[in-house]
Design a protein around this ligand. Structure first.
Ligand code: SF4
Length: 768
């Protein structure tokens, strides 16, 4: 907005501003967020005397001045059980400066100030629950702000108004020194300097004019332009409360509220979250959306709104319905907004980053459930019934373009990964339809055996719980290095149990060289010549070639000549060096991985392609990964299948060090299969679901979302198990077939290269 446009705002009608908001390109996304929270009124004593407030009251006989810590934790734990992720501390401003009762009770609690007690309460919540604190603690010094930054992920202070008139005798802020606009603006500015994600906004209808509201918004915008730290602007409407000096004052009407929300949206643009509390406008939530909000604020299933105790929170279902009717998807956010959650190094104090990563998904929103890859818990039931898909939104536009034959680009893929609510089902349905058209209703599987010849590795990939350089405490397996006789023995057993494939890979043992891999291969082929050997990751191939001093092509030719059947496309992790620098800095980089795989295809060895996702990566990294795989396949046609491998976090060093998320969410894991189908098909026709990581229920969900292959029966599986996966070491062919038939699909055993096995498993099982 130009300065002239801004200056003209007070003269324009609410209808005019709302219409202007409706015309904004990319208005403010397809979602509306909210935070599931508990409200913790640490103290309701306050040194200020705002004339509209019922939150603050003087000390009462027989009543504690401060919530004791055990009560704080009781409330936080109740919230945790109800799925809350935010602990909102709202409290009066420095009551110890006014009340002896506050000073005495603080002394009893072992604190001199309310803010020091608040810091301890935040620490308790962080130590004993998964909730992330947000603090509204009034006007503070830079030192106080900095202290609370160490124990809270975001802070807030309503500017309320920039009008000094309201401080005069008779005004609502008379006698409340902390409400001086200059004082508040200075603190909001200081919060920016300290890189604190910050919530602020206006309280409208307390005597200010429209022009003064614009001045206040412009003042906030100026500060935000300098520091970028404002995470939301709240437009709160004054409610007249009995028992206050303003009990008889007129409340702002819906038109006034719409005018102010729309003015804020126009001044701040599409990117700034704008919130208006839905419990203060209970009769028509839709008017808030039309005016430009994209956040409902904190909603609590556990505690009341202590600032507006007369105004109950609306049901989350109600908000979902009104959001859907307005073409938006309701999304749960954390106490800090996604933009800040995605950049914790800048915005969040180091001690809080692990808790933040544990709580967040790849977009920086909250994890809506407890599902994690590799665990045996069933997938989450849908928390609420989904509404109909939203016509014409970003996801719909991409799906329509793809249905017309367009090739997905990076931004399209990112948009598909951002699908939420009914849009997730829409993406999955499109992928399922494409799968049916492309490969029909058969679900393939291979009868195979996994053999990891060593878990000793000279690399230290930070996600890897499999590798052992030494006996690390706390991780599952001791170091081992199988000899050739053991490898042969296992190959013979595998074949006798019907395996058509032996899948082999291992750590990069410091003593291994190219000849070691050739010897392992020769041993297996000598013991069981007909077994298809699917072995050696691109990293092992690279290591083998380097240690022999030959180029990768030459080494691959040697492996092919010795009987290697195909290669696993592992060690890909995320094919983007931004991510590799964090999780496997000394391993092959993206170009090297692609070069080894391209060389394999060149010498006639086919490979799979994998992605290991849900740790430090974002959906843009996933998009780049898919596009790199697709581009290589377009050149070589050498990939047999694409295998999403959700990160199993439990035993992973990077997770244990607090530097990774808890793997993908259920939504992300299922979407990965669906989006892969939409992006890679028809170049790659087979999308595999890993039952080890997803579990049987997850496998069913992914088979209904674009996947057509259930992978191998995996008579031994130690890499996922080392990472903490608990879905067992084997899914017998009978169980696989039953799982597939439960979906009304047709099971079909395949070879590694998707041919028909010459000896079906049933016959071999009978013979053995
Ligand atoms: S991922 Fe592979 S290369 Fe990296 S540490 Fe684990 S075993 Fe070694």
């Amino acid at each position: 907005m130009t300065a002239a446009d801004t200056a003209a705002l007070p003269g324009r009608s609410a209808a005019d501003l709302v219409a202007a908001v409706g015309r904004m390109p990319d208005r403010h996304g397809d979602t509306i967020s909210y935070s599931r929270k508990v409200f913790l009124p640490l103290t309701q004593l306050c040194r200020d005397v705002c004339h509209y407030c019922t939150f603050a009251h003087p000390p009462r006989r027989g009543e504690r001045a401060y919530l004791p810590l055990d009560r704080v934790l009781d409330i936080a734990r109740a919230g945790e059980r109800a799925g809350c992720q935010e602990a909102l501390f709202t409290l009066g401003d420095k009551p110890e400066l006014r009340y002896t009762a506050a000073r005495d009770e603080l002394a009893m609690l072992g604190h001199e100030t309310t803010l020091s007690y608040l810091a301890e309460a935040c620490r308790q919540v962080l130590s004993h629950t998964s909730l992330l604190p947000h603090v509204n603690a009034g006007v503070m010094t830079p030192e106080d702000l900095a202290m609370l930054r160490e124990v809270s992920v975001s802070q807030g202070l309503m500017l309320e108004s920039s009008s000094e008139r309201l401080m005069r005798r008779g005004g609502p802020h008379h006698g409340s020194p902390d409400k001086h606009p200059a004082v508040r603006l200075a603190m909001i500015r200081e919060a920016g300097r300290l890189r604190i994600p910050f919530t602020t906004g206006l309280l409208i209808g307390i005597g200010e004019t429209r022009g003064e509201r614009v001045e206040a918004l412009v003042a906030l915008k100026r500060i935000h332009d300098e520091f970028g730290h404002l995470q939301e602007i709240i437009i709160q409407n004054f409610r007249a409360k009995p028992g206050t000096r303003m009990a008889a004052a007129a409340e702002p009407d819906a038109e006034e509220l719409q005018w102010t929300i729309a003015a804020a949206r126009l001044i701040f643009g599409a990117a700034m979250p704008i919130q208006s509390p839905p419990n203060l406008t209970p009769r028509d939530h839709r008017l808030l959306i039309d005016a430009g909000i994209d956040d409902w604020g904190g909603i609590s299933p556990v505690t009341i709104d202590h600032v507006n105790p007369e105004a109950p929170w609306p049901a989350i279902d109600t908000l979902r319905q009104v959001s859907t009717a307005a073409g938006r998807t309701l999304v749960e956010r954390l106490a800090l907004y996604p933009r800040f959650a995605r950049d914790p190094e800048k915005w969040v104090a180091a001690p809080l980053r692990a808790a933040l990563l544990r709580a967040s998904d790849a977009d920086g929103f909250g994890r809506p459930d407890g599902w994690c890859a590799g665990r045996t818990e069933p997938p989450p039931p849908p928390r609420q019934p989904s509404g109909p898909p939203v016509a014409g939104n970003a996801v719909g536009q991409v799906l329509d373009r793809l249905a017309r034959g367009a090739v997905a680009r990076e931004d399209d893929i990112v948009a598909l990964f951002a699908a939420r609510g009914a849009d997730v089902e829409r993406v999955c349905a499109a992928a399922d339809a494409q799968r049916r058209a492309s490969v029909g209703d058969d679900v393939t599987y291979a009868v195979n055996c996994n053999l990891n010849y060593t878990n000793i590795c000279r690399y230290a990939c930070s996600f890897c719980a499999f590798s052992k350089a030494s006996r690390r405490r706390g991780l599952r397996d001791d170091p081992y290095d199988l000899d050739l006789a053991t490898i042969q023995e296992r190959a013979v057993i595998a074949r006798s149990r019907g395996a058509t494939e032996l899948c082999m890979q291992g750590g990069i043992h410091p003593r291994y060289d190219g000849n070691t891999y050739l010897a392992i291969l020769a041993a297996v082929k000598e013991a069981v010549p007909e077994l298809h050997v699917h072995a050696f990751s691109p990293l092992e191939v690279y290591h083998g070639a380097t240690t022999l001093g030959i180029d990768v092509d030459r080494f691959l030719e040697k492996l092919a000549a010795a009987g290697l059947g195909s290669l696993p496309g592992t060690a890909a992790e995320i094919l983007d060096d931004e991510v590799r620098a964090q999780i496997c800095p000394d391993k092959l980089d993206t170009e090297q991985w692609l070069a080894v795989v391209e060389a394999a295809h060149r010498v006639g060895l086919r490979t799979t392609a994998t992605i290991m996702f849900g740790h430090v990566d974002t959906s843009r990294h996933w998009a780049r990964h898919l596009l790199r795989i697709r581009a290589l396949q377009a050149r070589t046609g050498g990939f047999t299948e694409f295998v999403p491998l959700p990160f199993v976090h439990d035993e992973s060093p990077i997770f244990r060090a607090g530097r990774a998320r808890r793997g993908p969410t259920w939504r992300e894991a299922v979407l990965m299969h669906a989006v892969a189908r939409l992006v890679l098909d028809p170049l790659i026709a087979n999308i595999q679901v890993s039952w080890v990581k997803m579990g049987p229920d997850g496998a069913r969900a992914c088979l209904a979302a674009g996947a057509n292959d259930l992978g191998g029966t995996l008579m031994r599986e130690s890499i996922s198990r080392a990472a903490g996966a608990a879905h067992g070491q084997e899914l017998a062919p009978d169980e696989m077939r039953a799982l597939i038939r439960s979906l009304g699909r047709t099971p079909r055993q395949r070879t590694t290269l998707y041919g028909d096995p010459t000896r079906p498993v049933a016959a071999l099982a009978a013979a053995s």
